[in-house]
Write a protein that binds this ligand. Structure first.
Ligand SMILES: C[S@@+](CC[C@H](N)C(=O)[O-])C[C@H]1O[C@@H](n2cnc3c(N)ncnc32)[C@H](O)[C@@H]1O
Length: 221
């Protein structure tokens, strides 16, 4: 229950959270500055901070959708220095840039393994880096494939492990707050994914209305 029912979160609150949080690592700020003009879709700072909070204490992470490695770096910086991340993106041009930023941020190469192929095919052929076990799964690639990613990676998730997925509200289109463009598989895929996760007894799951919506689900031990 709110302290005052007439109030809802606004820009002043968001600005205060940003101003009060630890400063953003300079390499993260550099990636933001490169991604924006090139229209590379990276997670928001708010989601980055949430990923960091969840990644700390979780040494084995798998991420689907690397792009410039912004979300990867939020998690790598939060993990213990022996943490490991496997991240999947078929776009080698993007992940080569990501690798250079990770190095400049002081992350040793052996901490982050990149798989340059479509996630579903890497999962289907049993890529050795995807055997697991994993403590955290982060989904941020093709929206109509989220359920497929999860089904493929779930056997490798440890009991008590966490699934995070970005964009699950898809700017109001998943809930119907804004009209869906006809035939959009991403909206339907995200809706199916969230409905499945929120009703799957194996998980304690919720959607946090952070930025474009962040699904958080813990696999019950
Ligand atoms: C939203 S971006 C990822 C952003 C990144 N997580 C971040 O916040 O810094 C989505 C990425 O998914 C990649 N992608 C596209 N198809 C894919 C697939 N089949 N499997 C894995 N990644 C894919 C794209 O190349 C793109 O770089």
């Amino acid at each position: 229950m709110k302290f005052d029912e007439s109030w809802s979160v606004g820009q002043v609150d968001l600005d205060w959270i940003e101003a009060t949080s630890a400063p953003v690592h300079p390499i993260l700020a550099e990636i933001e500055a490169m991604a924006e003009p090139r229209r590379i879709p990276i997670v928001s700072r708010a989601v980055g901070r949430a990923l960091a909070a969840m990644a700390a204490g979780r040494p084995r992470i798998v991420e689907v959708g690397t792009a410039y490695g912004y979300s990867t770096l939020w998690m790598a910086l939060a993990q213990h220095t022996d943490g490991r991340i496997v991240t999947i993106d078929p776009d080698r041009e993007r992940t080569d840039l990501a690798r250079a930023w990770w190095r400049r941020a002081g992350i040793p190469d052996e901490r982050i393994t990149v798989i340059n192929e479509p996630a579903l095919s890497a999962i289907a052929r049993g890529h050795p880096a995807l055997v697991g076990p994993f403590d955290l799964v982060f989904l941020d690639a093709l929206k109509d494939e989220y359920l497929g990613y999860l089904e493929g990676l779930l056997p490798a998730l440890v009991p008590g492990g966490v699934v995070l997925a970005d964009n699950v509200l898809w700017s109001g289109r998943v809930s119907g707050a804004r009209p869906m463009v006809a035939g959009r598989d991403d909206v339907l895929g995200l809706r199916d994914f969230s409905q499945a996760m929120l009703n799957d007894g194996r998980f304690a799951a919720t959607l946090l209305p952070v930025d474009d919506g962040l699904l958080v689900a813990t696999l019950r031990p």
